[in-house]
Design a protein around this ligand. Structure first.
Ligand code: F0G
Length: 362
């Protein structure tokens, strides 16, 4: 009996790594969820969320990690290393545990969301806390990766992007080629990977069109979007990125050129959104559509709402927003945010109080 491949390995003919023994947990095959309420408000024909929170560790990182960890094992590495704002860390820790590899994670101290830190600890990774932001952690990871003992898992490793391009293949299976795709941008790997997926589908004769790629950054960490909007040809790197969306709190994106090409070649755009726009989009997804996004994951939706208000769409488009990480990753973003106050009723007169609230009497 021919065994059915799981996860991204369904597309193994379209992946550059041939293996019979992938390290996989069924990553990918995530739901494409139609947002019927929001699409009317925004004014497009169809609006979908590609919910990457449904991956085994709760973010899109699992797609590339499955491939990269498979390779790390095949080349005989003993240990893997990654700098991370949290999701790469959680994914690396889980997949490396499965492959029996030691994991070293370089994390910016105090700036990794609680759920991601808990995952990294749970899977037994060794954590190095860096006094400084992600960009500094990445420099350290690159240094370590020069030694033969360490296999690097950051997205300067092209195998990661090969895994992540399968998001494009799944969209194509589900709805063909959408008109627009919105992607939150941090280190700028994912938007490049999705674009690569669609370009390959066209080159190999599966499709005859391409989507417009739109990259969304947080305003306080928008080296690419701010330069793009100012008509420059290269990003404005910053040493002090700051945003509530800690996953994309990055000042010097390594893959900026690939992302820049994806956006310009496809005819899309870069946009930045404020923290309050991000949190509003997070709340809207949660309360109107039932989708829990971490703040960075909601940035794509915040971006398309902002662009829609500026007349970006003509009303006839099919639009996909990638929600890159699950809301459970960052419980503090809900617990401590003023717009998400706890609505509790005390046990005294509980029945009466519940009825009051239900009937709108209080
Ligand atoms: N959304 C989430 C939830 C992320 O964790 C990241 C990146 C991005 C978007 C941006 O993707 O870097 O490919 O442009 N997180 C990395 C990490 C940096 O370490 O987990 P990108």
């Amino acid at each position: 009996r021919r065994s059915r491949m799981m996860g991204i390995w369904r597309f193994k003919e379209l992946l550059p790594l041939k293996t019979e023994r992938p390290v996989t947990m069924g990553e990918g095959s995530t739901p494409l969820i139609r947002l019927e309420k929001l699409e009317k408000i925004i004014g497009v024909r169809r609006l979908y969320v590609k919910f990457e929170g449904a991956n085994p560790t709760g973010s899109f990182k699992d797609r590339g990690m499955s491939l990269a960890i498979t390779l790390a094992r095949e080349v005989g590495s003993k240990a893997v290393v990654a700098a991370s704002t949290g999701n790469t860390a959680a994914s690396a820790a889980a997949y490396a545990a499965r492959a029996g590899l030691k994991t070293f994670l370089l994390l910016p101290r105090g700036k990794v969301a609680l759920g991601k830190l808990a995952q990294s600890i749970m899977h037994g990774a060794i954590i190095v806390e860096i006094e400084g932001n992600f960009d500094l952690a990445l420099d350290t990871a690159k240094e370590l990766a020069k030694r033969d003992e360490f296999y690097p898992l950051n997205s300067f490793n092209p195998w990661r992007l090969e895994g992540q391009k399968t998001l494009g293949f799944e969209l194509f299976e589900d709805i063909g080629v959408p008109d627009h795709i919105f992607v939150p941008v941090g280190n700028a790997g994912n938007i490049s990977a999705i674009w690569k997926g669609f370009k390959e589908l066209k080159r190999w004769g599966y499709s005859d069109s391409l989507p417009k790629m739109n990259g969304i950054q947080a305003e306080g960490a928008s080296p690419i979007a701010s330069a793009f909007k100012a008509g420059l040809r290269a990003p404005l790197f910053t040493d002090s990125p700051e945003t509530v969306a800690t996953a994309i709190r990055i000042g010097k994106p390594v893959n900026w050129l690939k992302a820049w090409k994806a956006v310009t070649e496809s005819g899309g755009t870069f946009e930045s959104v404020t923290d309050s726009e991000i949190l509003r989009a997070q709340r809207l997804l949660a309360r109107e559509e039932g989708i829990a996004a971490e703040p960075a994951g909601a940035a794509s939706v915040a971006g398309l709402i902002k662009l829609a208000s500026q007349g970006y769409f003509n009303g006839d488009e099919t639009v996909v927003a990638v929600v890159t990480g699950h809301g459970l990753k960052d419980p503090d973003s809900a617990r401590f945010h003023p717009t998400m106050r706890l609505r509790a009723i005390s046990m005294d007169d509980a029945i009466e109080k519940v009825m009051e609230v239900l009937e709108g009497r209080s």
